[in-house]
Design a protein around this ligand. Structure first.
Ligand SMILES: Cc1cc2nc3c(=O)[nH]c(=O)nc-3n(C[C@H](O)[C@H](O)[C@H](O)COP(=O)(O)OP(=O)(O)OC[C@H]3O[C@@H](n4cnc5c(N)ncnc54)[C@H](O)[C@@H]3O)c2cc1C
Length: 474
């Protein structure tokens, strides 16, 4: 039996946002589109029968965009819940996320879509001005000045660097601005930092943590151009673009669940626990074999993780190029250690980094989401921590919390979530598969597909919107 989602309807936005198009233009204005509330053109669209495979952020973004164009879309999701890598996990009656996520103010399409389906950004997130705090070692905080002065002031007043190092960082940023954050040839981040003579302290305290946080790839492997793309959009636009947003509600509720309610309200169908097992091109579309049986669609947006996409696409000769590109992607892990301490335990800030420790970033979920005593330690990218068992890793984090913050309490429970394939390895000159494939009726969505950005919620959402654009009107 197909399990159909029956989420309670999410609150209708009082500002009428639901009738707006799903997509923002690049400058942030609303794109022309088919307002969902004013559709009524379904009869003309009967020849188009689109389905989305995968209910993560990419798939649900595609589903929303198709819904807004008047299509009654079908979503197949293999798991029992939506959200994919950005999903909620319930443990010990506590809602956790599959990994602590941070969004940047420049993730415009994601933030817009969250609002479009009923979210309220200022309620749903804790918004922090750009700041990096490596406890006791380094700190930088952007003052409330217009961009890019806020960044220059942040760099010039950073603690833990000499005056010469601070000036050097500013010089680097100005040089990047001068080139529009565009390199002639991509290279590794370490190479770019060497060309611009960034001192060791700057590399260790600023650029390395920033690169790992943004690209989930070490500076020795990461693409300088992709890092510059993020810096360009986060640091070179408005001040709000560099804000850091920490979700106050779980990642499934934040967008995919609201998106599902939205799609269903407009006649679409969401099938959970419904893995797609095979795709077969037909003269007039694609045959989909799922655990529920066989169905036929005119267009398919495949928004699964890359390895599943490769498996589904491999038997189709016309998609060989995409499969080769997917197969060549390497992956990087992210470990999240959740520790539930007694409610009185807190950290000095909502988010704080540790210098040269196993725990890279610590999040005080009490300060962020009212989950008092809950601390999330995030360890991004590959490293020697992967040689530890989950229990050993958790104990290491507990010891670090004791040594650095004098937290003597023992956690009441702990949960280690290891995502071995959290993101692709964002190396230079990576050829990511296009959303368009060798079959006009099949598109690829997902954070790994072609995009300026690394593997992020924003790249996932952008890919979903791009795929939806490829579906013709009739
Ligand atoms: C621990 C962790 C921390 C992260 N931190 C951040 C962060 O701070 N900021 C940020 O922007 N990004 C972060 N990311 C990355 C972000 O989560 C991903 O880029 C994004 O969620 C990818 O979305 P997606 O829709 O492309 O893929 P996925 O989320 O992988 O969605 C694919 C969906 O397809 C479904 N599926 C699989 N097989 C089938 C099948 N056969 N049939 C039907 N459905 C199928 C899956 O169940 C899943 O729901 C993090 C990721 C992880 C894992």
């Amino acid at each position: 039996m197909v399990k159909e989602l029956n989420y309670p309807p999410s609150p209708q936005p009082s500002d009428g946002a639901i009738s707006h198009s799903a997509r923002l233009t690049k400058d942030g204005s609303q794109a022309a589109g088919y307002p969902a509330s004013g559709r009524g053109s379904n009869r003309e669209k009967q020849s188009i029968n689109a389905a989305v495979i995968g209910g993560g952020y990419a798939g649900m973004a595609a589903a929303i965009a198709l819904t807004d164009r008047g299509f009654q879309v079908t979503v197949f999701e293999s798991a029992r819940q939506l959200g994919g890598r950005a999903r909620s996990v319930v443990y010990q009656d506590t809602r956790l996320d599959n990994g602590q996520h941070l969004l940047l103010g420049c993730y415009r399409q994601t933030l817009h879509l969250i609002e479009h389906v009923g979210g309220k950004i200022e309620q749903d997130f804790l918004r922090l001005p750009l700041q990096l705090d490596l406890h006791g070692e380094f700190s930088l905080k952007a003052p409330r000045l217009p961009a890019p002065l806020h960044l220059l002031a942040a760099l010039l007043t950073a603690k833990g660097l000499t005056l010469g190092e601070r000036v050097n960082a500013v010089r680097f940023m100005l040089a990047l601005r001068g080139t529009g954050f565009q390199l002639t040839d991509d290279m590794k981040v370490t190479e770019l930092l060497a060309i611009h003579k960034q001192d060791l302290a700057l590399v260790q305290n600023l650029w390395e943590p920033l690169c790992i946080a943004a690209l989930n790839t070490s500076i020795h492997k990461a693409s300088a151009q992709v890092l510059l793309n993020v810096l360009r959009d986060a640091l070179n636009g408005s001040r709000a673009d560099s804000d850091m947003l920490l979700p106050r509600i779980d990642l499934t509720e934040l967008f995919p669940q609201r998106a599902a309610s939205y799609v269903e309200r407009h006649g679409g169908k969401i099938f959970i626990s419904s893995a797609v097992e095979a795709l077969r091109p037909l003269d007039n579309g694609i045959e989909v074999t799922s655990v529920n049986g066989i169905s036929h669609f005119s267009h398919i947006i495949c928004a699964t993780p890359p390895m599943v996409a490769a498996k589904l696409l491999r038997p189709i000769a016309a998609l060989a190029e995409a499969v080769v590109q997917i197969d060549s992607l390497e992956h990087q892990p992210i470990y999240t250690v959740y520790l539930q301490f007694p409610a009185h335990v807190t950290l000095p800030h909502a988010m704080i980094g540790l210098h040269q420790r196993c725990s890279q970033w610590l999040f005080d979920k009490g300060r962020i989401a009212g989950q008092h005593g809950l601390i999330a330690a995030v360890i991004s990218a590959e490293g020697i921590h992967q040689e530890l068992s989950r229990e050993e890793l958790a104990q290491k984090v507990i010891v670090e919390l004791r040594e650095v913050f004098c937290i003597a309490d023992q956690p009441q429970w702990l949960k280690v979530i290891a995502e071995k394939r959290a993101t692709f390895c964002c190396s230079p000159n990576l050829r990511r598969p296009s959303q368009k494939t060798g079959l006009p009726c099949l598109m690829l969505a997902g954070d790994y597909t072609a995009c300026d950005y690394p593997s992020t919620l924003e790249s996932a959402v952008l890919s979903g919107l791009t795929c939806a654009d490829q579906v013709p009107d009739n």
